[in-house]
Design a protein around this ligand. Structure first.
Ligand code: GLN
Length: 280
């Protein structure tokens, strides 16, 4: 069997299992099984695949047929300017979150910011991306999941940032930190009732802890803001990722806790996805 026929078979099977990106996914999985780039697969479609490669391919194809996300199957996801190691203990980094990173970097470059905190760090993708761009800063990432902290530490090691970033296993209520110049957070903000409406990939595989924002989607945001108002320096910046539905509530909570809204960040579809606020 050659690459072309196995790709045809695989994409047909994925399609039958309602995987929308069936073609692309088949190509990515075949390149994983063959341990060559996707481009190399595509320019060698007539090349024969051997038996052990077929077995390897079928094993990962079965996972994808059950909707396991590609990022977990590959063990990595591209975010900002690099690949991050991921497993099912962490949220898969989303392109929307890059909006937060981009804005944070701009602000740090314009201010004398030094100590940064990432609340609910997951894979560590936000804080690690920031530290890679700005050399004189130090960062701390906290997460209530010990397994997530292990993933974040692995990423710090891969990016050779272990001397500038600390990852601490702690939930926000029990965290005893000092004063930070900037706090960033992408807290869980999906309302519990909507969790069942998410794609199967997300619903069945990504950690609920990283998604579930309580009945109104706001309870974790509230915790993060309240604690941040104690952990942040005067004139420090808090950048939050939110769902557009949480905007009004989040604004109110921020103002109640001594922050003023400096900027609202929108995603490509013009939805409100982030709030930059300053501690008065
Ligand atoms: N900070 C991580 C990210 O943005 C994890 C966020 C989370 O688990 N809610 O991907």
């Amino acid at each position: 069997m050659n690459y072309r026929s196995i790709l045809n078979m695989a994409s047909k099977e994925l399609k039958e299992n309602s995987i929308k990106s069936f073609l692309l996914d088949s190509e990515i999985l075949l390149s994983k099984a063959l341990n060559i780039s996707r481009e190399k697969v595509l320019i060698n479609l007539e090349r024969e695949i051997n038996e052990s490669q077929i077995l390897k391919f079928i094993k990962i194809l079965e996972k994808r047929k059950k909707s396991e996300p590609i990022a977990y199957i590959l063990g990595k996801k591209e975010f900002w300017k690099t690949d991050f190691y991921v497993n099912s203990n962490v949220l898969i980094p989303r392109p929307e979150t890059e909006i937060i990173v981009e804005e944070a970097i701009k602000i740090i470059k314009n201010n004398k910011y030094y100590q940064l905190l990432d609340i609910g760090t997951g894979s560590g993708c936000i804080i690690i991306s920031m530290l890679k761009e700005i050399r004189n800063c130090k960062g701390t990432g906290i997460d209530s999941s010990l397994e997530a902290i292990k993933v974040a530490k692995t990423n710090a090691k891969i990016q050779q940032l272990e001397n500038r970033v600390k990852f601490i296993h702690s939930d926000i209520d029990n965290f005893l930190g000092y004063k930070y110049d900037m706090i960033v957070s992408n807290p869980p903000y999906i309302n519990s009732l909507n969790l069942s409406k998410l794609d199967k990939d997300v619903q069945n595989y990504e950690p609920k802890l990283a998604l579930d924002g309580g009945l109104d989607g706001i309870s974790e945001i509230k915790k993060v803001v309240k604690k941040s108002s104690k952990l942040i320096k005067k004139k420090g910046t808090l950048i939050l990722e939110i769902g557009s539905r949480q905007f009004d509530n989040s604004k109110e909570i921020l103002e109640k806790n001594g922050f003023y809204i400096q900027k609202v960040l929108k995603d490509l579809s013009k939805k409100k996805r982030g709030i930059v606020s300053i501690k008065i």
